[in-house]
Design a protein around this ligand. Structure first.
Ligand code: AMP
Length: 397
């Protein structure tokens, strides 16, 4: 069976067509600027040259139509007809408390995705647009929803509850949900394989460090804790997101700067993090370069970033009573030699010892711990699309 994996943002459609007989990727691509003049489709078939198509597209349905046309195009397509697509897997960011695993989409599932609009206003509406567009264009195949929050639903109440009046949970579902669940799921399972143990036997700390970043503590096959919370704003310092702050700062700054709630939301989500601290960029490569050139604020931003990760690492190792391995993944985790080294510096007392030479690697699945390190340190490139394709294949059968 061939599975189409779809990930819709407000103005984008990412797709991947996977042949489940050997899990090979036949083609992947991105439609950018959907609904904005200058729509661009970049299509990358595995065995053919990349194609770029410019065509203004008003909405996700037209965007998906173009994706399907491209996939069956005699010149740069990879299948003969749409009938070869056996099922479609959709990335959905928020499944609330309703979904601890992937599900076949029906009217009730759509209703729950809609109910989560309130708590994921930037993500769930475009995810649903993508689902509805695909259902319209491919009514005869099963559509599966794979949720970013699902893996974290295994977390115990002591770590998902905030110390707010209980009614905030009962009435408004305010609690920690956690995000990047599909990535934490993938890399932690791969880590168990690399350790040669069953997943349920392992204690793992995963570090998904990309433009957004989150960590998770995993034991007994379950998430024990994770750094993102009610929204993806909590936790680590990110590209433009502040991560943990004293909540009183919010009211203080709103008053001092005369900001509305939506201005403040923007301030914390779009103007903070590495960008706000360094004044250089949200991209860690730029911040590293500036720090190297002597920029003091860039150096400070990196120090704050590293210190926050180390804080969570100590917290998670304490909660797990030690761990078998750390896993670095996502853009920064897979590629930044400097950041990985800085995070693992002076952690010998936790049994974490990196081999600086082995660590000189980017984007490869490898163990970079010193031979005498008690804890393994893995770099594992994440593969959220593969998790979505596997779940889709399983549920479509
Ligand atoms: P992601 O969100 O997982 O796609 O990660 C994207 C981020 O990875 C970028 O914003 C960069 O900050 C970061 N990144 C990619 N390559 C490197 C690198 N070699 N060194 C440092 N950061 C990197």
């Amino acid at each position: 069976m061939k599975v189409l994996v779809v990930n819709c943002g407000s103005s984008s459609i990412k797709y991947q067509l996977v042949d489940m007989t050997d899990e090979s990727v036949l083609a992947k691509g991105l439609v950018d600027r959907v609904g904005i003049p200058g729509t661009l489709l970049k299509h990358e078939p595995t065995d053919k040259d990349e194609v770029v198509i410019k065509k203004d597209l008003p909405d996700h349905t037209e965007g998906m139509k173009l994706v399907l046309d491209v996939l069956i195009n005699p010149e740069y397509g990879v299948i003969k007809s749409m009938d070869e697509i056996g099922a479609v897997g959709h990335r959905v960011v928020h499944g609330g408390e309703a979904f601890a695993e992937s599900v076949v989409i029906d009217d009730q599932v759509i209703q729950v995705i809609r109910e989560c609009f309130d708590i994921a206003p930037l993500h769930n509406p475009p995810n649903l647009m993508g689902i509805e567009a695909c259902q319209e264009l491919m009514p005869n195949v099963k559509h599966i929803a794979v949720f970013d929050t699902a893996f974290h639903q295994t977390m115990p109440a002591k770590n998902f509850m905030y110390a707010l009046p209980y009614e905030s949970y009962e009435q408004f579902k305010v609690r920690r949900y956690g995000f990047h669940g599909t990535s934490h799921f993938y890399v932690s399972h791969r880590a168990a394989e690399m350790l040669g143990k069953s997943f349920e036997e392992c204690k793992i700390v995963t570090l998904h460090l990309g433009n957004g970043g989150s960590m998770a503590a995993i034991a007994d096959g379950k998430v024990v804790d994770t750094s993102m919370g009610f929204t993806p704003l909590e936790g680590l310092v990110m590209g433009t997101r502040c991560g943990d702050i004293d909540p009183a700062i919010v009211f203080f700054l709103m008053e001092k700067m005369n900001l509305s709630a939506s201005d403040m939301n923007n301030y914390l989500n779009k103007k903070s993090g590495m960008l706000g601290l360094s004044g250089v960029s949200n991209d860690l490569r730029d911040v590293l370069e500036a720090a190297e050139a002597g920029n003091e604020r860039a150096k400070l931003a990196l120090d704050v970033y590293i210190s926050r990760v180390k804080g969570y690492l100590g917290n998670y190792v304490a909660q797990l009573n030690g761990c078998d391995c750390l896993v670095f993944t996502a853009g920064v985790g897979e590629n930044s030699i400097e950041i990985r080294e800085a995070i693992c510096e002076n952690l010998d007392y936790l049994g974490i010892k990196m081999d600086a030479d082995k660590n000189k690697v980017r984007g490869k699945e490898v163990d970079v711990a010193a031979n005498d390190s008690k804890v393994r340190i893995f770099i594992i490139p994440t593969n959220e699309e593969l998790v979505i394709a596997r779940d889709t294949y399983r549920l479509a059968q």
